[in-house]
Each structure stands twice: as C-alpha cells, then as structure tokens.
Write a protein that binds this ligand. Structure first.
Ligand code: FES
Length: 100
C-alpha cells in the first residue's frame, strides 16, 4: 500500500492530456486524479443538486463522495481514480437540463 501523499506524485510524473468540463488539462500520468485536478486549480468538481453549491474533494479516501465526477460518462470518485491519457471528465449532470 502506498501511503505517500497523493500530492507528491503530481510534481514528478510525465504529463498527459485530459479534458475537464471541455477544457484541456495536462495532468501527471498515474497521479491521483483528485489531487491532480486540485493542483491544476480545479476547486469545484461538482455542484449539489438542490442548491447548486460547489463541492470538491474533502476526505481523499473514498468516503465523502464530494469528489464525484463523470469520467467518459460514468460517475466515479476522483480520489479513487488514477490519471490516464485522454480521460474526458465532466461535472456530474453538467449540461443536463430538465426540459419540463
Ligand atoms: S474526496 Fe471524499 S470520496 Fe473522494
């Protein structure tokens, strides 16, 4: 088990391109996705469905779900995901609009 800080690996790894909310980002390959996004300046990973309040990673260990993002259309916890090339990351339900 790797007990090192997920933020340490963001400084040394080679970079790959992903998209977040449609914008390209160069993130460290194999890094913890939540740490990499925070390091890249992304603070709000999702918004609450009722008030729209922004949410970002809190626990960094898979317990709080505040880091929830959609990766290639599937909801996943960013803190439990490694950065790989070409990830298409969106805020959950972003772009979903109730027509009724
Ligand atoms: S930061 Fe809490 S589940 Fe990912």
């Amino acid at each position: 088990m790797n007990n090192a800080s997920p933020f340490l690996e963001t400084e040394t790894a080679s970079r790959v391109t992903v998209t977040f909310a449609g914008a390209p980002l160069d993130l460290p390959l194999g890094a913890n996705l939540a740490a990499a996004l925070l390091t890249a300046g992304v603070g709000a990973f999702r918004q609450t469905p009722v008030s729209g309040a922004p949410r970002g990673p809190f626990c960094m260990m898979g317990a709080c779900f505040d880091c929830l993002v959609e990766i290639d259309g599937v909801a996943r916890q960013a803190c439990m995901t490694e950065v790989t090339a070409g990830l298409q990351i969106d805020r959950p339900h972003e772009g979903d609009h109730d027509a009724g």
